[in-house]
Design a protein around this ligand. Sequence first.
Ligand SMILES: Nc1nc2c(c(=O)[nH]1)N[C@H]1C(S)=C(S)[C@@H](COP(=O)(O)O)O[C@H]1N2
Ligand SMILES: [Mo]
Length: 264
Amino acid sequence: MSEEERQVSPADWNRRKFMAFGVLGLFGATVWGVRQWIVDSPKVDGAFAPLRSALEFNERVNGTIKSDDHSVKEFPKELAAKKVRVNGNYGVDYPADIAAWKLAVFTGRPGNDGQLSITMDQLRALPKTEIVYDFKCIEGWSQITHWGGVRFKDFAEHFLVGSKSGAAPTNEKPEDLFKYMGLRTPDGEYYVGIDMKSALHPQTILAYEMNGAPLPMNQGAPLRLIIPTKYGVKNLKRIGIMMFSDERPKDYWHERGYDYDCAL
Ligand SMILES: Nc1nc2c(c(=O)[nH]1)N[C@H]1C(S)=C(S)[C@@H](COP(=O)(O)O)O[C@H]1N2
Ligand SMILES: [Mo]
């Protein structure tokens, strides 16, 4: 027996036990209460209201403390995975007709009926850029991957700025036109919304190659988004439709409770 135990009477012990269990019980009840409060609350954009508020708080903090030009680290090509993981098959679980494929762009711009239909040859005619970086999925895995395609900023400056009628001033910048870009698979199964600042980041590309070869079907052939400053969820495979707006476009995983930005 320890010195202390010898001095404590059985009545004291019972009192102490009672107190200890009381404190434990109170703690448990509080945790249970908070949980109940969360699950009893209404859902907002797919998440229980208190959790959605926390996500929105995080979105605001991210928007304030992260500078717009933060870039991800790039790697030498030799470090890129040869066997690239496939994750998420919405809208890519059937082969695409690449020869007939066209990117439908709803520009909302005067002079071209607000609509463009762009072929792979037109995209390949723009300067090609490559990136090797650590692709991160929100589920917890990451992989160094190598992509090639056209920088979204180059694409936007070529196709979005101005208008075919020449009515728009030539000093327009894509970042002044819209707040958001929305992307969808041709079948509409998967869709994402991206803020224009992130889309126009110099590391964001419309990719048509992986490891120096045309994109495989399940990796988004013929064209996918590679946006290294965001988690994998936003890197939509097989872009069929592209649109622009000042309102947040609908987003598949945001509707299911995830944070809208999914920024790293
Ligand atoms: N069309 C489409 N694009 C998608 C998905 C999807 O299910 N369908 N999943 C996303 C998720 S969650 C991740 S992590 C990446 C995975 O890209 P990968 O299959 O090339 O590794 O694609 C993203 N783009
Ligand atoms: Mo993911």
